[in-house]
Ligand binder design. Structure first.
Ligand code: ATP
Length: 306
C-alpha cells in the first residue's frame, strides 16, 4: 500500500477486537487532503474506535496506516503534533474563562496559534471573558473545537461534533467546519446524523458492525437507489402494505411507511386510490428524494438512529 499524491490518510485492513466484539473489522479507506471525510453509522458501529486508533489513543490489532505520507504501525507524537482532536465528551473546568481554556491548551504546544485567532475561528470572541459554566451547549462545543485548533493542525478528527446540540448550534458548527475546509484543513468526522454527513462531506463511508458497508460521495451513495422518489407517511398499527400497481418498493419502518417509486404521478394516483378504499389517512405524507438514511435502511433494514 502506498498512498498517492494528495492522500493525507490511508487505512487498510484495520481491525480492533474487544474480546468477542469485532469493533473494527477490517476497514480500508483513504482521505484526500483538504476534504471532509465522514464515517456515518449507528451507535456501536465502530466509529469511535476507528477514530481513537487514528488519534493514537488505541493500538489496532492489525492493519496499515499511512499518515502525512509515512507508513506507520501506530500513531505517535510526531503525527499527533499535526492533528487536532475533538473527543466525544469534553469537560472543561467551569471556573476557567474561555480565553484561559484556549491559552491553557496552547501552552501544551511549542508554537500555538494566538488565542484571539482561535476565538475568532470558533465565533467566541464576544465570550472571551465568560466562564465555562456560563456557556450554552453549542458554545461549549465551539470552545472544545477551539482547543482542537490551537496547534494549527493539518488534520482534524471530530467525533460526533454536534450530538445533543439544537439545530441552530448544529448549523453553527457546520459552518465552522466548512470554513476550516476552505482554509485547507482535512477533516475526518463521525456522526449518526445523515443531514450532517450530507451537508459537510466530500466522501462518506457508512459503517455498521465494524465494517464499511458503502462508501462514496453523498450524491453517489444516494444514486445507488436509482431514480426513485420516496413517498413517506405514517400509519400506526396498519396491517398489510399499500398496493402500488404502477410499481414501487414498499418498506415499513416502525409507524412509517416508505414507498419507493420511479414514476411518481401514476404511483401517487394508485396510492391515493388504495388509501381511499382502505381508509388510510396518509398522515404526515411527504414526497422527497432519497437521502443517506434511505441508503442505510436499504442496506441494513434499520434506521441510523433506532
Ligand atoms: P457510538 O456512536 O455509540 O460512540 P461507535 O460507532 O463510535 O458508537 P464504538 O464506540 O467504536 O462505536 O464501539 C464499537 C463496539 O465496540 C461496540 O460494540 C462497543 O460496545 C464496543 N466497545 C467500544 N469500546 C470498548 C471497550 N473499551 N471495551 C469493550 N468494548 C468496547
Amino acid at each position: 500500500m502506498t498512498a498517492g499524491n494528495g492522500i493525507l490518510l490511508q487505512v487498510s485492513g484495520l481491525t480492533k477486537r474487544y474480546g468477542e466484539v469485532r469493533a473494527v473489522d477490517g476497514i480500508s479507506f483513504s482521505v484526500p487532503r483538504g476534504t471532509v471525510f465522514t464515517i456515518l453509522g449507528p451507535n456501536g458501529a465502530g466509529k469511535t474506535t476507528t477514530l481513537e486508533i487514528l488519534e493514537g489513543l488505541r493500538a489496532p490489532d492489525s492493519g496499515e496506516i499511512e499518515l502525512f505520507g509515512r507508513r506507520i504501525a501506530r500513531v505517535d507524537r510526531r503525527e499527533k503534533a499535526r492533528m487536532g482532536v475533538l473527543l466525544q465528551e469534553g469537560n472543561f473546568e467551569p471556573y476557567l474563562r474561555v480565553k484561559e481554556v484556549i491559552g491553557l491548551f496552547g501552552s501544551f504546544f511549542p508554537r500555538a496559534r494566538p488565542v484571539n485567532e482561535i476565538l475568532e475561528l470558533v465565533a467566541l470572541t464576544e465570550k472571551r471573558n465568560a466562564f465555562v459554566k456560563e456557556l450554552s451547549g453549542g458554545q461549549r462545543q465551539r470552545l472544545a473545537l477551539g482547543t482542537a485548533l490551537v496547534n494549527d493542525p493539518d488534520l482534524l478528527f471530530l467525533d460526533e461534533p454536534t450530538t445533543g446540540l439544537d439545530p441552530q448550534a448544529r448549523r453553527n458548527i457546520w459552518s465552522i467546519v466548512a470554513d476550516l475546509k476552505d482554509q485547507g484543513k482535512t477533516i475526518v468526522l463521525t456522526t449518526h446524523y445523515m443531514e450532517e454527513a450530507e451537508t459537510l462531506s466530500d466522501q462518506v463511508c457508512i459503517m455498521d458492525h465494524g465494517r464499511i458497508i458503502a462508501a462514496g460521495s453523498p450524491r453517489v451513495l444516494t444514486a445507488r437507489l436509482g431514480e426513485e422518489t420516496i413517498i413517506e407517511f405514517t400509519a400506526p398499527g396498519m396491517i398489510g402494505v399499500p398496493v402500488v400497481p404502477s410499481g414501487g418498493k414498499v418498506r415499513r419502518d416502525g409507524d412509517a411507511v416508505l414507498v419507493e417509486v420511479t414514476d411518481l404521478v401514476p404511483a401517487l394516483r394508485d396510492l391515493l386510490a388504495w388509501a381511499h378504499e382502505n381508509g388510510v389517512p396518509l398522515d404526515n405524507m411527504i414526497i422527497r428524494q432519497p437521502n443517506l438514511e434511505d441508503v442505510f435502511l436499504s442496506l441494513t433494514g434499520r434506521r441510523l438512529r433506532e
